[in-house]
Design a protein around this ligand. Structure first.
Ligand SMILES: Cc1cc2nc3c(=O)[nH]c(=O)nc-3n(C[C@H](O)[C@H](O)[C@H](O)COP(=O)(O)OP(=O)(O)OC[C@H]3O[C@@H](n4cnc5c(N)ncnc54)[C@H](O)[C@@H]3O)c2cc1C
Length: 364
């Protein structure tokens, strides 16, 4: 069976299942990103390729991958491995931080303390096109703060570099991106990219991401050339997209943008960036605060350092919010597995026990 670019094209790109993570880009002469799309420049005859093996939408054994990353299988099926969950906010947040500014503050701290020397983040250009960039200084971290709700080939920046010497690297990414990154780490084909020097992975919560082009067209039709400085999605039961265009804040019902959700998000199992050192999302009903799930000893050490240096203020996570978050997470898994079953194309290798547990309330 082909496990190279041909198979990637047939199973993922042609099916509209690309998650826009960027893991397959700038690895070889055949695939490039061009204005937010993965474009094949030429045919490749390899029967096995990194592009296919890193992709978050090709066959992946989650149990084996969790074992590789955390030293234990895929057991914590609700939200992935959890050492501690807490509410946090940055005491001096970056100006345009999305919520509590925890992500930017932790990245800045890790750079400042020399835990990492550089980090892969996502920035938006003047046209709001999200793309991976390498940040080494505080100003660069701050210029990437805030969320772009379109997916944007972040990991291409990891593959492309340029990297200076033996830099230790951090990566901030969506769940599909941290899945791809974990596959890069685990892949026997991986030799040339700097993935072995990735020392810190911060996952972002994500229910879905939008397809850049149709979403941009929608925004242009609504707001013309007015500059969009911030977007935010309010949690249920409100379900609105808030867009700050020029000086004004506009409220758009989420149903008006749902048709721009990337098809590959419908089959994504992960809402909380499970394969990371720590994951960060919003706290529903608490503006300016983040939910932080600490997953690894490295994540724990960084969080403790941030607390001790007064970089973050933290609070106990309310029990009822934790129950709610776990429900939302498992719901995403159920939706994904049901969609995969209906499509007959299942890229996930999960034990029958895990599948049964996730699908318990969905039925056969
Ligand atoms: C597409 C998308 C969907 C999301 N969905 C949810 C959700 O359903 N529930 C929830 O609780 N939280 C969600 N989030 C996460 C949330 O918006 C915040 O990123 C998170 O709470 C961290 O806030 P902060 O203030 O610490 O971030 P900041 O300090 O502002 O840092 C944000 C970081 O996000 C990175 N980033 C921005 N856009 C992207 C992108 N498109 N791809 C990859 N990285 C990006 C930047 O590199 C930056 O470093 C989503 C984020 C994105 C990008």
């Amino acid at each position: 069976m082909n496990k190279g670019l041909k198979a990637l094209e047939k199973k993922v790109l042609d099916q509209g299942q690309c998650a826009a993570c960027g893991a397959c880009l700038s690895l070889c002469p055949y695939l490039r990103s061009w204005r937010g799309r993965a474009v094949k420049l030429d045919d490749c005859d390899l029967t096995e390729g990194r592009c296919f093996s890193f992709c978050p939408r090709t066959e992946v054994d989650l149990d084996a991958l969790h074992r590789f990353i955390f030293g234990k299988g895929y057991e914590d099926i609700e939200t992935g491995p959890v050492r501690r969950v807490l509410m946090a906010r940055a005491l001096a947040p970056a100006g345009r931080a999305q919520n509590g500014g925890v992500v930017s503050a932790l990245v800045d701290l890790a750079l400042g303390e020399g835990l990492i020397h550089a980090t892969v983040l996502t920035e938006r250009d003047g046209e709001l096109l999200p793309q991976g960039r390498i940040a080494r200084r505080r100003e660069e971290v701050i210029s990437c703060a805030g969320s772009s709700y379109a997916a944007g080939y972040t990991l291409e920046a990891l593959n492309r570099g340029p990297w200076e010497g033996e830099e230790r690297i951090g990566v901030v990414g969506l769940p599909c991106q941290v899945l791809a990154l974990s596959r890069m780490k685990a892949s026997p084909l991986e030799k040339r990219t700097p993935v072995d020097r990735v020392e810190l992975v911060i996952g972002l919560f994500c229910t879905w991401a939008l397809d850049y082009y149709p979403f941009m067209k929608f925004l242009k039709a609504r707001f013309g050339d007015r500059q969009i400085s911030k977007m935010d999605i309010t949690p249920p039961p409100e379900r609105f997209l808030h867009v700050t265009a020029g000086e004004e804040r506009h409220v758009i019902p989420l149903d008006e943008v749902r048709s721009f959700i990337r098809p590959s998000c419908q089959v994504c199992l992960d809402m909380t960036g499970e394969l990371s050192d720590l994951s960060v999302g919003t706290v529903e009903g608490e503006e300016g605060w983040n939910t932080v799930i600490i997953r690894s000893p490295k994540g724990e050490d960084l969080l403790r350092l941030a607390e001790s240096k007064g970089v973050l203020e933290t609070r106990k996570y309310p029990d009822h919010k934790w129950v709610h978050l776990k429900e939302a997470s498992i719901l995403k898994k159920r939706r994904a597995l049901s969609a995969l079953r209906a499509s007959g194309e299942n890229y996930l290798i999960l034990s029958p026990k895990v599948t049964d547990e996730i699908l318990r309330e969905v039925g056969p």
